[in-house]
Each structure stands twice: as structure tokens, then as C-alpha cells.
Design a protein around this ligand. Sequence first.
Ligand code: ZN
Length: 112
Amino acid sequence: MTGRVLACLECGAPLLVCVQARGFCDARCRAAWNNRRKLRGAELYDLYMAHRWERAEAAGLGVFQAINRLASEYRAEDRAQREGRRSWRRPGDVLAERPYLKSIKTQVRGGR
Ligand SMILES: [Zn+2]
């Protein structure tokens, strides 16, 4: 036991042991967390896909700088509205749910 108190990812309230695995105090906090991620993700999606697949145009338009600016704005919102609490899941947790992302990709005909 580390003595660390686990808190709701959304509101920061300490979580009872019985709900710590869920990460949220209630459905409202879970929905708020996921809705913010959906909105932010939707803003980033088109820019990131262009950065990855339309590189020349994206570079000319400064797409990666725009992606970084959005991330900075999101972090500023977190600091102002969420008392600085992190608004993203830990990458190790995300990758643990998707082990195929760490596997060696076989060459797909026509793929890049
Ligand atoms: Zn909460």
C-alpha cells in the first residue's frame, strides 16, 4: 500500500475503494470525461490524418504546429477549468488495451 489516494479522473474527488477500478465517481463524471475527449479528438483527427497521409500539403499549411497549438490550448483549459488535472489516459493503459499497436506490422500490398 502506497498510501496514494485514487481520485476521480474528471472531478478529482477521492474515490472509494469499491469504485477505484472504474476511475470515476459516477456516470456523469465518466460522460464529461469522454465527451471532452470526443470533442478534442474530433478537432485533432483531420489534422493528424493530413499530417500522416498528405504530408506535403500538411507541412505547407503548418498542420503539425496547429496540432501542437491545440494540445497547448487543451492543457491551458485543463489548468483553468480542471485545477490542472490531466485530461488524457496514460499511454501505457491505452497501449495495454491495444497490443496490436506494438506488434510488428506485416507488409500489406499497396500500404505505406
Ligand atoms: Zn467525479
